[in-house]
Design a binder for this molecule. Structure first.
Ligand SMILES: [Fe+2]
Length: 240
């Protein structure tokens, strides 16, 4: 009888072990994250007259929302591929993930980068770093505006912090996901897709860029730089 109970106990333990090892089952597709649209940090009309209520409403509620939906779809399709063990179209869905995920993330940074009664110039650590890396605030502003003006087709101008180089750079991001500097964290981004300005500025992208400086929330950009600085990569030391 004692042997019988011992055998039952072993069976129970082994069945429990099998349940807790579900992650190794071939039909386990892993985590599917359900992404939600980040709320706007101000009212739709808060950035007028520089950005119209209509643009902000469409840009956030329709365009960013579409990237969130596309991101969720990519998450689901990638999970399906893992469950089925069928990786024939993995390249397509990973591109969708990069495009829609980057689209969502950049728009969240972009909307937070702006505020009513903002503009002017940065100060403190951010201004010091800008002067160090670009020479002056004016030189930085000229390079950033030129970068935004010369993006071919749809894309962004971005001020990024690169932690390995401990330096700020301005980069052009094409679409949402191409031409990015590896490992760099965007702290200030400007959307130059036509949906960002066409209803108000038509084809005058230069006017959009010039007016956008009036709504830049430098306090948010400073916070982004501080957060980006908190990641300090381990330096490779040379030993002889
Ligand atoms: Fe956009």
């Amino acid at each position: 009888m004692r042997l019988y109970f011992a055998l039952i106990a072993v069976l129970l333990i082994s069945s429990g072990a099998a349940q807790s090892a579900d992650i190794s089952k071939p039909n386990n597709g892993g985590t599917v994250m359900k992404h939600e649209l980040t709320p706007l940090p101000y009212a739709y009309n808060a950035l007028e007259p520089y950005i119209s209520e209509e643009i902000i409403k469409l840009h956030h509620d329709k365009h960013q929302a579409a990237y969130v939906a596309g991101l969720n779809k990519a998450e689901e399709e990638l999970e399906k591929a893992r469950v089925a063990g069928d990786y024939a179209v993995i390249s397509y869905w990973e591109r969708q993930l990069a495009f829609n995920g980057s689209g969502d993330l950049l728009h969240t940074i972009f909307f937070k980068n702006m505020a009513p009664n903002a503009g002017g110039e940065p100060n403190g650590d951010l201004l010091d770093q800008i002067k160090k890396d670009f020479g002056s605030f004016e030189a930085f502003k000229k390079q950033f505006s030129s970068s935004a003006a010369t993006v071919e087709g749809s894309g962004w101008a971005a001020l990024v912090w690169q932690p390995e180089y401990e330096k700020l750079y301005i980069t052009q991001i094409l679409n949402h996901q191409n031409n990015e500097l590896a490992g760099a964290q965007p702290i200030l981004v400007l959307d130059v897709w036509e949906h960002a300005y066409y209803l108000q500025y038509q084809n005058r992208r230069a006017d959009w860029i010039e007016n956008w400086w009036n709504v830049v929330n430098w306090s948010d950009v400073s916070k982004n730089l501080s957060a980006a600085r908190s990641y300090v990569p381990e330096k490779v030391s040379v030993s002889m």
